[in-house]
Each structure stands twice: as structure tokens, then as C-alpha cells.
Design a protein around this ligand. Structure first.
Ligand SMILES: Cc1cc2nc3c(=O)[nH]c(=O)nc-3n(C[C@H](O)[C@H](O)[C@H](O)COP(=O)(O)OP(=O)(O)OC[C@H]3O[C@@H](n4cnc5c(N)ncnc54)[C@H](O)[C@@H]3O)c2cc1C
Length: 304
């Protein structure tokens, strides 16, 4: 199988099909997998390494030049990235052809609002077909609210965000006055190993001019990870150097998509690394990584 696009969906399907025995090649136009600013570089490096270990071939800064069918197979010719900057920075791909019985396109999403008759209620979409709405999720027509993917990529296109938006829109439609906040939105990537992220990455925090620091703890240091036999991965927290206030958490490893919930709550409540470090975590659990990590960030590691 050739998967075009090494974003969240491409990497998830690559992990899934490789686990089922398919030989998978991922072609990604950018210089790294999961090229999203909110996903920490270290998580991506670990994922890339683990995907390679599982036999998944990953071609970054690469594009698909052509595809042709022959003898029941699809011949996919690999070329330069379609993005000029990536193509210039990366070593040239030599036009190698990969033969696959299946090609999965995992790039881009577009609006599906053309034939809804929105114009009949006085609602205009933007140039790309997405539905504009204000902070209360009220759309441009009186009494009409919009939620979910139809709001477009300027918001966050995730199922749990759509659910949160739905609750706000319903309250407001019934006379409430709630505003939708996108400040703390956890993200889950169901790869092997999985990834859970929330808040700022280290790069984002530094680019925002914050006095940010980061600490990392490996999953292999946990008893529970040893028992599970799932040793690959690490957790990183980003925090304000002076106050210790949490800014973000980025985990790749066993249970990462569940563990991120604790840091989402801590971020939302404005907790510091001391707050998390002083919270007793049960042993042996994967959640201990957050306590160890926070203790390390607070300068008082238990085991380091
Ligand atoms: C492969 C894939 C994996 C994903 N994995 C995750 C994940 O792990 N976690 C996560 O949070 N998000 C994930 N997402 C994103 C998530 O699916 C969307 O953000 C979420 O479904 C958006 O909800 P929604 O209600 O806005 O739209 P949708 O879930 O797309 O619902 C819209 C519904 O409207 C229907 N519809 C369309 N046109 C009409 C019409 N004219 N009349 C009546 N009905 C119509 C559609 O059939 C559809 O059922 C994933 C997306 C994809 C594509």
C-alpha cells in the first residue's frame, strides 16, 4: 500500500495496515511526519523511528509525480515535494516507482456545503465553502448556529471539539450566552505508539517569546510500561521557567491518548509543575510519568 500524506490520518492508517501485515510506504510532502505546529518534534522523531521498526517505509519531502495502473497494480512514481521550499531543501527523490495493490490518499479536507440551500436562509459561506460563525457559534443568519467541521480549519476539526461546540450552540440557541474557547484542546493520534498532545509545543512557546522550558521522561522508566512490554516513547512537558506554570504536554507511548486528559485539566486550571508533582499518582500506572515529569521540571525528580 502507498499512503499519500503523512499527517494524522495517513500515519494512523499506516500503523493499522502495517499491523495487519501490509507493506506500507508513506509519502509526505513536508520534511517530517505529522507536520502540525502543535505536535512536538520529539514525538514525531519517536513515531518515525517506531514506524520504521514496524517495517513502514517513510519518504518525507517527497511527492507523487504520477500514478498508473498496470496488471492490477498501481505504479506510483515518487518525485520532489510539491512545496517549493521543501523540494529545494531536501535531497532529490530520483523518480523511483513503487508498485502497490492499493493507494490511500490522506491529504486535505474540503467543505461539503454546496447543496445545502444555505443561500435560501441568507447564509453565505466563505470562498472555500466553510460556514462563518461568531464566538457564540451563531452563523450570519438569525437563529442559525454552526458547529463542527463545517466551520473549517480556522477552528479545530476534531470530533470532541464538534461535541463541545454542539453543547455551546445548543445552550445559546435556548437563550444562553456562552462563548466557545479553543485554548485547551487535546489531540489524539492513534498510531503505534500513540500520541497525545495538548497546549503549546516547545517550539511554539519559544516562538511566542515565552520564557519556556521543557523536561522529558522516558516511558521505559515506569514499572507499568515494563509490565506491559511497551517501552518505546517519552513524555515531555513545556512550562514557564519562572513560575512553573504548565504550557503544554506532548506524549508518545503507551496510553498517551488517555494520559493527555490529566494535563488538559491541569492546563485549564492554570496548574504549575509543582501542583502536578505534589498530586499523588497511583503505582504502578502509566500516569506516574506525569508526576515524575513534573517533579523533574520542579527540580525535584524522584528517580533521576
Ligand atoms: C479518517 C478520519 C479519522 C479521524 N479521526 C479522528 C479522531 O480520532 N479523533 C477526532 O477527534 N477526530 C477525528 N477525525 C475528525 C472527525 O471525524 C471530525 O472532526 C468530526 O466527525 C466532525 O463532526 P461533524 O459533526 O462536524 O461532521 P461529520 O462527523 O462529518 O458529520 C456530518 C454528517 O452530515 C452528513 N451529511 C452531509 N451532508 C448532508 C446533507 N446534505 N443532509 C444530511 N446530512 C448530511 C454526513 O453524512 C455526516 O454523517 C477524523 C476524521 C477522519 C476523516
Amino acid at each position: 500500500m502507498v499512503i499519500v500524506g503523512g499527517g494524522v490520518i495517513g500515519c494512523e492508517f499506516a500503523s493499522l495496515f502495517a499491523a495487519l501485515g501490509s507493506r506500507v510506504t508513506v509519502v509526505e510532502a513536508m520534511g517530517r511526519l505529522l507536520p502540525l505546529p502543535g505536535v512536538d518534534e520529539a514525538c514525531v522523531k519517536t513515531l518515525h523511528r517506531e514506524m520504521k521498526k514496524r517495517g513502514i517505509r517513510v519518504l518525507t519531502s517527497a511527492g507523487v509525480e504520477s500514478m498508473e495502473e498496470a496488471g492490477g497494480l498501481c505504479r506510483v512514481r515518487i518525485g520532489a515535494s510539491p512545496f517549493a521550499a521543501e523540494a529545494a531543501a531536501a535531497p532529490k527523490h530520483d523518480g523511483e516507482a513503487v508498485e502497490a495493490s492499493c493507494v490511500l490518499i490522506c491529504v486535505g479536507r474540503r467543505a461539503n456545503t454546496d447543496d445545502l440551500g444555505l443561500e435560501r436562509i441568507g447564509l453565505e459561506t466563505d470562498a472555500r465553502g466553510w460556514i462563518p460563525a461568531d464566538d457564540r457559534l451563531q452563523a450570519a443568519a438569525e437563529g442559525v448556529y454552526a458547529i463542527g467541521d463545517a466551520l473549517g480549519p480556522d477552528r479545530v476539526m476534531l470530533a470532541h471539539v464538534a461535541t463541545a461546540e454542539g453543547r455551546i450552540a445548543a445552550e445559546n440557541a435556548l437563550g444562553g450566552s456562552l462563548t466557545m474557547s479553543y485554548d485547551v484542546v487535546p489531540g489524539a493520534v492513534f498510531t503505534s505508539p500513540e500520541i497525545g498532545v495538548v497546549g503549546l509545543s516547545e517550539t511554539e512557546a519559544l516562538e511566542a517569546g515565552l520564557n519556556a522550558r521543557a523536561e522529558t521522561v522516558l516511558f521505559r522508566t515506569l514499572g507499568k510500561a515494563q509490565v506491559l512490554g511497551e517501552l518505546a516513547g517519552e513524555a515531555k512537558i513545556v512550562f514557564e521557567g519562572k513560575t512553573g506554570r504548565l504550557l503544554g504536554a506532548h506524549l508518545v507511548g503507551p496510553g498517551a491518548t488517555d494520559l493527555v486528559a490529566e494535563t488538559a485539566l491541569a492546563l485549564r486550571m492554570g496548574c504549575s509543575v509543582r501542583d502536578v508533582a505534589d498530586t499523588i499518582h497511583a503505582h504502578p500506572t502509566l500516569a506516574e510519568i506525569l508526576q515524575e515529569l513534573s517533579a523533574k521540571a520542579a527540580g525535584r525528580p524522584f528517580h533521576a
